[in-house]
Design a binder for this molecule. Sequence first.
Ligand code: TMP
Length: 223
Amino acid sequence: MYDGVFITFEGIEGAGKSTQAKILFQTLSEEGLPCLLTNEPGGTPIGNAIREMLGNTGFKDMAPLTELFLFSASRAQHVESIIRPSLEEGKIVICDRFADASIAYQGFGRKLPLTLVQDTNEKASWNVKPDITFFLDVEPAKGLTRIQNRIIELEVPADRIEKENLEFFERVREGYLYLSREEPHRYRVLDGSLGVDDLKKIILESVNKELTKRKFRKNLLFG
Ligand code: TMP
């Protein structure tokens, strides 16, 4: 058991989750609350090395199981060296993607058996589970257009998963919707087509509610 609060952001490519994770981190930090912003795959030097391998477009033939284990290896390192200690210190940990992404991408997207992904998730994350998960839901076609625009604008190449087709991302979205039905107590499904400020407000209200239930009594919106 720990005193901290674990908040994750999920969504398909181009849903706007990284922007909202950063905004939440900035807002909570400005309020003087102890918090940490991190991401998966990555979050540690080992995780970042694994992230590079996972994104490498030269590895077109990566087997789904290899992919699952690489994401899980990054997660095991991240939970053990960053997430769990921070939660034990009482911090608010904001993570841009976590174990649910393996259910959505490797379970639904790659069609690996769900029980296998669930078991692997439990082991890799030492049963650390998010308290709140914001799922920013966008139409896959819209998310992919956003990503393609970003790739052109920033002149960065698409990574191995960004090169997947529309059907793949439609299955990934189904995966997240499945999770939101299975775990309604922690899932907040948000309309990713809303503006940045509207989403920020909804997210802050939700986090505020959770924090006031706990020892973080400060009112983030009005205090
Ligand atoms: P990012 O777009 O948030 O940087 O995430 C990198 C990619 O990794 C993205 O395509 C989603 C994918 N992913 C998985 O397939 N499984 C996982 O468990 C995680 C954490 C990410």
